[in-house]
Design a protein around this ligand. Structure first.
Ligand SMILES: [Zn+2]
Ligand SMILES: [Zn+2]
Length: 176
């Protein structure tokens, strides 16, 4: 299982860095220049469907001790730990790349070309013209994965997000 984090240079949240050091010491941390909006996906795509399952942890996600073991044990092809987005009202983020584990068979069934072919609408890349733009990797992986018949499998307890969201919340009523 490859664990990958591609923070924008200078934007790796201290709590994220601490949680990676504690719970994913072998994670590959590849900082990307701020202007290079295509870089995170380029780094994911270079490892997509090759030799191993891929875990992606975004620059502001705070993992806990159960995340990698749980990803390792779960037989589902496409998994996520959710977090609350406190900067946007505290609602649960139940999809998106954030903290995902893609099994090799998922990535082989949903190849890089299929993800990049999903239509995007975006102000960062002139209306979605950059198929690798980080702003719509979430939507592209979700649409391409669902089009191939997959549904994301949600794990609990939650991970944290930025400074406000502490990891470890159990599934709320109705979301388990
Ligand atoms: Zn799972
Ligand atoms: Zn874009």
């Amino acid at each position: 299982m490859i664990v990958l984090c591609c923070p924008v240079q200078g934007k790796l949240w201290p709590a994220t860095a601490g949680s990676l050091a504690a719970h994913a010491p072998d994670a590959l941390i590849i900082p990307v220049p701020a202007g290079e909006i295509w870089r995170p996906w380029t780094d994911y795509a270079a490892r997509w469907g090759r030799d191993d399952d891929l875990v992606v942890i975004e620059q502001d996600v705070v993992i806990h001790a159960g995340v990698l073991p749980s990803f390792g044990e779960c037989p589902e092809p496409w998994c996520l730990f959710p977090a609350r987005h406190y900067a946007q009202g505290g609602g649960w983020m139940l999809d998106g790349i954030m903290c995902n584990r893609f099994r090799k068979e998922f990535m082989q069934a949903v190849p890089v070309e299929a993800v990049e072919a999903v239509y995007g609408s975006c102000i960062r890349c002139d209306g979605g013209k950059d198929p690798r733009c980080w702003a719509h990797i979430d939507g592209r992986t979700r649409e391409a994965g669902e089009a191939a018949g997959f549904r994301i499998h949600v794990h609990w307890p939650s991970v944290g997000h930025r400074d406000d969201g502490r990891p470890g919340e159990p599934a709320p009523e109705g979301l388990a």
